[in-house]
Write a protein that binds this ligand. Structure first.
Ligand SMILES: *[C@@H]1O[C@H](CO)[C@@H](O)[C@H](O)[C@H]1NC(C)=O
Ligand SMILES: *[C@@H]1O[C@H](CO)[C@@H](O)[C@H](O)[C@H]1NC(C)=O
Ligand SMILES: *[C@@H]1O[C@H](CO)[C@@H](O)[C@H](O)[C@H]1NC(C)=O
Length: 241
């Protein structure tokens, strides 16, 4: 083969891999030199609920409704609970119906922080549960359904700088659940226990908030790593238009 052609071919191949992946055109762009970059991000992110619902492959985001979490076991120890819950197929609905309420975008520091609300998250899960609720033994196995009142989360993502260090991207997430309606089928004393759970729903919601923060963190981390490997933060938020 002609050397010149070879060089051109190699050059194109190299270029294709170096050139940043293209963001879909429906994603609004926010630029670092925009004084209102935070507001820009909030309105951009909040315009994408339906796209997030069906997935955004270019961002490494899989379809989000429903979202099935990995199996996990939760221990709840508090003044009113002493519970061990083994869960399978923790399935969330309406995760895509988020609203960002504040944001602080700092591409140069590789940091993003802010607050996001989930107004109407629902979930169902196969569970095995044993322990005590307000000193009463509680136990059983079956399907549990949840309807959450507003869940408010504060987040901080840090160390989002370059592809090589994406494994060390930092994520802090603290969520507060205001209230939750619960329905456990398969509990012993099912009716009474459900009524009791429901009566203490606000307490239960606040007790389980840290556990849910950890679940959400486990869901978000792999996505953030994938996103970071595709785009350094400074590429998602280019310096100027
Ligand atoms: C959860 O606990 C059950 C019962 O103790 C165990 O069989 C299962 O492997 C645990 N699952 C996880 C994900 O830790
Ligand atoms: C829990 O309470 C809500 C209203 O507060 C009610 O709609 C729901 O049916 C109750 N669920 C159970 C399992 O008792
Ligand atoms: C709880 O769920 C079961 C099964 O889905 C349903 O038959 C029952 O009516 C529900 N109870 C309440 C109070 O919502």
């Amino acid at each position: 083969m002609n050397m010149c052609v070879l060089i051109v071919l190699l050059g194109t191949a190299l270029f294709a891999t170096i050139e940043p992946a293209q963001l879909p055109s429906y994603i609004p762009r926010c630029y670092q030199n925009d004084r209102n970059i935070n507001e820009c991000f909030i309105s951009a992110a909040n315009s994408l609920n339906e796209n997030v619902r069906s997935g955004i492959p270019e961002l490494g985001l899989r379809p989000l409704d429903p979202f099935v979490a990995p199996d996990l076991n939760i221990t709840l120890e508090s003044p009113i609970t002493d519970l061990f819950v083994a869960t399978q197929r923790f399935t969330f609905h309406r995760f895509y119906n988020y609203r960002f309420t504040s944001a602080d975008i700092r591409p140069k520091d590789g940091a993003v922080s802010g607050s996001v609300t989930f107004p109407d998250l629902g979930a169902s899960v196969d569970y095995i549960l044993q322990g005590h609720l307000i000193n009463l033994p509680i136990g059983g196995a079956g399907v549990a359904k949840f309807k959450f009142a507003a869940i408010n989360c504060d987040f901080l993502i840090d160390n989002w700088l370059e592809k090589a260090t994406c494994g060390e991207i930092k994520l802090e997430l603290t969520c507060k659940i205001e209230d939750v309606e619960m329905n456990f089928t398969g509990l012993s004393n099912e009716e009474m226990m459900n009524r009791l759970l429901n009566l203490s729903s606000k307490l239960v919601a606040s007790e389980v908030s840290p556990a849910y923060s950890n679940i959400f963190k486990a869901l978000l981390r792999p996505f953030l790593k994938r996103l970071c490997k595709k785009y350094p933060l400074g590429e998602l938020f280019p310096p100027s238009s």
